[in-house]
Ligand binder design. Structure first.
Ligand code: NDP
Length: 341
């Protein structure tokens, strides 16, 4: 099938404060003819990511381009090749790429990954965007290379019921952590942390200051903090870290597009006093680890030692709502939109 146009989600205007549904609209968008080396891909699932929030703004600096009002959004997606002008990626192959937020995409085969590796027999397609995709990879890189998690560590993970967090907590345990503590918003998520994702303890940051919760749940301190939220939780973790502790700075959910709680930065003196290592990272700088990651996590999936959980919303028309829901904490595990049956 050669679709001449495809449905996309476009940005209508930059949000004035928190984003609202009216900032986004569905539109028909032309599809270019296939050039040499290109593919027509029907998107099956698309990833909904916190980084979208900063990309809606004009001033936030991010690791990829910001969106322009009137233009389609983009982001990670998984689809099936319907037409191909690249001999090594024939029709029927599953590929991942960056042209989500639309039903069909025309793109260079060289700009896709996973062709020939995405195996629905090994794991369902959504898992290839979640635990076996960029979010699981982010957790793996952050723990193994950035925080250098070691057997016997006590590990703290924030946004622990989300996509990266639920992977990080499970991987920490499998890498030999002695105790894994997670923070999340609300009692249901905290229950899921312990009952589904195997955390030893969970703290509801909305119900209790994290610093107080950590005094109870990790009284001897923590060795590693996998930080997804920044702000007050980072400050609490700085207090709980043992001398020589390591922090993987993965993301700053508490600060996307919002206020910068500068008072929390006063706690940075803890990093000096305790000789802490705080290291930020961008996952795409660590592609050399991907084969090791896929091999190990595929093994853990096969043996049933890890749980892949997704929150799946149906239809492109509900994609903007899925983003707003994610920003408000409406997901457990990876937030995805299913674009085709
Ligand atoms: P999640 O699935 O974790 O979804 C985001 C979660 O953040 C929400 O479910 C919500 O959970 C929590 N949250 C929202 N607002 C706040 C707040 N004010 N304070 C504390 N928690 C909040 O998203 P991802 O797993 O996709 O991403 C997690 C983090 O990893 C993000 O910071 C993201 O930017 C980062 N990231 C970094 C990458 C890198 O290369 N460095 C790559 C990919 C992701 P709750 O209900 O518990 O509040």
């Amino acid at each position: 099938m050669t679709a001449r146009t495809t449905r996309v989600v476009r940005l209508v205007r930059r949000p004035a404060g928190e984003p609202v549904p009216g900032d986004f609209a569905l539109a028909e968008h032309p599809l270019p003819p296939l050039g040499e080396g290109q593919l027509l891909v029907r998107n099956l699932y698309m990833s909904v990511d916190p980084s979208m929030r900063g990309r809606l703004e004009s001033t936030e600096k991010h690791y990829t381009h910001n969106f322009t009002p009137g233009s389609p959004l983009d982001g990670r997606a998984l689809g099936i090749v319907e037409e191909s002008r690249c001999a090594s990626v024939p029709p029927g192959r599953y590929v991942r790429h960056q042209l989500g937020w639309r039903e069909h995409a025309v793109l260079d085969a060289a700009a896709t990954d996973g062709a020939g590796r995405i195996d629905p027999e090994l794991a369902p397609l959504p898992t290839w965007l979640g635990l076996l995709g960029q979010t699981g990879f982010t957790a793996y890189v952050g723990l193994t290379r950035i925080a250098e998690a070691r057997p016997g560590d006590t590990v703290l993970v924030s946004a622990a019921a989300g996509a990266v967090g639920s992977a990080a907590g499970q991987f920490a345990r499998l890498l030999g952590a002695e105790r894994v503590v997670g923070t999340a918003g609300g009692p249901d998520k905290c229950a899921a942390l312990v009952e589904e994702f195997g955390y030893d303890a969970a703290a509801d940051y909305r119900a209790e200051p994290v610093r107080e919760a950590l005094a109870r749940l990790a009284p001897d301190g923590i060795d590693v903090y996998f930080d997804n939220v920044g702000g007050a939780q980072l400050a609490a973790a700085l207090h709980a870290l043992r001398p020589g502790g390591r922090v993987a700075l993965c993301g700053m959910m508490s600060q996307f597009g919002g206020e910068r709680p500068s008072a929390d930065l006063n706690q940075l003196i803890q990093a000096v006093l305790k000789r802490l290592t705080l290291r930020g990272f961008i996952v795409r700088d660590h592609e050399d680890l991907r084969p090791e990651f896929e091999h190990r996590v595929a093994g853990w999936l096969r043996s049933g030692e890890v749980l892949a959980r997704e929150t799946v919303v149906d239809g492109l028309e509900n994609a903007a709502g899925a983003l707003l829901s994610l920003l408000g904490g409406g997901n457990v595990g990876k937030m995805l939109v299913r674009l085709a049956p």
